[in-house]
Ligand binder design. Structure first.
Ligand SMILES: CC(C)(COP(=O)(O)OP(=O)(O)OC[C@H]1O[C@@H](n2cnc3c(N)ncnc32)[C@H](O)[C@@H]1OP(=O)(O)O)[C@@H](O)C(=O)NCCC(=O)NCCS
Length: 186
């Protein structure tokens, strides 16, 4: 089975001409959302959905919405000392699913990278410091492996609230690149 990279996947915003009927993840609710609600929500500017294709196969999708997270839900070390407001601006991964036949291809990781690039772009126009997700319990470990942290709030019955301090993540990545460049000069 091929380990795909970000560059193997083509991402496109969902539109009314897309046939999403062939999409089956491991979660019926996520399939139903894509088939029944995603385009309507998008038309009404309630959410934005992106499809992921490998060759001509629809291998995954994700849906984003604006969000905010109360400061107390964010760990002390992630808080910005100069920020005096009650909440941090955020973007939420409202839905994300990979086709059930494409387990082990790295598609979720590529979708997350695409989300990071979108958030980086959006953050040039409006504040969005944090990425939030209310994960299905089965995917919480996956998000944690990718750098998300459990939010300091009461877990709901069926989802696990997680967040990533995206600004910190980007700053650390920038520092890593700068250090590598510095080492090259030695
Ligand atoms: C979550 C999801 C999108 C991840 O996509 P994916 O294509 O399986 O992810 P990737 O192939 O990029 O990542 C696989 C890696 O994560 C690891 N992994 C998978 N599930 C994991 C879990 N629950 N906990 C820890 N690690 C996990 C795999 O072992 C693999 O590790 P490796 O790269 O070291 O081999 C996908 O599993 C999915 O659609 N799940 C069902 C729907 C869902 O729960 N969505 C999230 C709700 S918002």
């Amino acid at each position: 089975m091929p380990e795909l990279t970000y560059f193997d996947i083509v991402f496109k915003p969902l539109d009314a001409t897309d046939d999403v009927s062939s999409f089956h993840s491991t979660e019926q609710e996520l399939d139903d959302f894509l088939r029944e609600d995603a385009i309507n929500n998008q038309t009404n500017r309630l959410s934005a959905t992106f499809l992921a294709f490998w060759n001509d196969d629809l291998v995954g999708y994700f849906t984003l919405i604006n969000d905010s997270i109360v400061a107390e839900a964010v760990h002390e070390s992630d808080r910005e000392p100069t920020w005096e407001y009650r909440k941090y601006p955020a973007i939420k991964i409202a839905r994300m699913a990979r086709h059930r036949d494409f387990d082990g291809y790295g598609i979720g990781t590529s979708m997350l990278l695409r989300i990071f690039i979108i958030v980086l772009h959006v953050s040039q126009f409006t504040g969005c410091r944090i990425i939030t997700v209310d994960s299905k319990p089965g995917a919480a470990g996956w998000y944690q492996k990718k750098g998300f942290t459990l939010a300091q709030m009461k877990p709901r019955e069926d989802t696990v609230p997680l967040y990533m301090d995206f600004h910190r993540f980007v700053s650390e990545e920038e520092q890593r690149v700068l250090t590598s460049l510095h080492d090259l000069k030695k």
